[in-house]
Design a protein. Structure first.
Length: 278
């Protein structure tokens, strides 16, 4: 009897179709109907897992293991920015402006010394004239740009140089560090230009530390005078000023940001120019 009563404790089953539907979601009524997409432009998401789609090309410069000589020259540049550089060496970072340098190299290219091929042809012509017992025609002394450190120093000391061109990246720098002072003492105008390799192309060499213009043709006198006046204005007249200017001592980005945060926390001016200097 007890068992029968327990079986009948369950509520009566509801009739089919009499159950109430749940209330719709609050935002469901305003939703638009599903838009049918164009099958021509079907979305195909890519999977960049191992063995799947090829990754797009990105700049991986920071992940490249560069050769040692490249790492060394980059570290050298960073060190020269961080460490305090004495004025005698720091003056080589002040180079001639681009437009004046272009004019200078145009003039220098007119006075390139003869190449090996040209020298060979000249000597063959002289030998041929000697065998035929003809007196060779006496030409005027050729006007060339002089190169070679000892030769150029001798010309400066003899005050025979009209303009001295010094490369800014000579290594070791001690080879040319005395030249600006020597030129100023002897009253010879000088300029510092970018690139020992660029100077080397003028004289058919890989590199050249210093070039000297001694004499030029009459048609180039005016151009030389313009360059000499630019050299005096930018280098000779500013020599005393550059003697007092130290180079380097610049902080990196991380260090500058750290100092700016400290200054801000201390209530100081975070935009001070001194934050970027050591």
């Amino acid at each position: 009897m007890l068992t029968h009563s327990r079986l009948n404790d369950q509520p009566p089953k509801a009739k089919a179709g009499s159950r109430k539907k749940p209330a719709p979601a609050p935002g469901a009524a305003g939703k638009a109907a599903k838009i049918t997409k164009n099958p021509l432009f079907e979305a195909k998401p890519k999977n960049f897992g191992i063995g799947q789609h090829i990754r797009p090309k990105t700049d991986l410069t920071r992940f490249v293991k560069w050769p040692e000589y490249i790492r060394l020259q980059r570290q050298k540049v960073i060190l020269s920015q961080r460490l305090k550089v004495p004025p005698a060496i720091a003056q080589f970072s002040h180079t001639l402006d681009k437009n004046t340098a272009t004019q200078l190299f145009k003039l220098l290219n007119k006075y390139r010394p003869e190449s090996k091929v040209e020298k060979k042809e000249r000597l063959e012509a002289l030998a041929k004239a000697a065998t035929e017992e003809k007196e060779p025609a006496k030409d005027k002394k050729p006007l060339f740009a002089k190169y070679g450190l000892n030769h150029c120093v001798a010309l400066i000391e003899a005050k025979k140089a009209s303009l001295v061109i010094i490369a800014h990246d000579v290594d070791p720098i001690e080879l040319v560090v005395f030249l600006p002072a020597l030129c100023r003492k002897m009253g010879v105008p000088y300029v510092i230009v970018k690139g020992k390799a660029r100077l080397g192309t003028v004289v058919h060499k890989k590199t050249a530390a210093v070039l000297t213009l001694q004499d030029v043709n009459s048609e180039d006198q005016r151009e030389l005078a313009t360059l000499v006046s630019a050299a005096k204005a930018n280098f000779t007249d500013k020599y005393d000023e550059q003697r007092r200017q130290w180079g380097g001592g610049l902080r990196g980005n991380k260090s500058t940001q750290m100092m700016r945060k400290r200054a801000k926390a201390a209530g100081l001016d975070s935009k001070a120019a001194a934050l970027g200097k050591l």
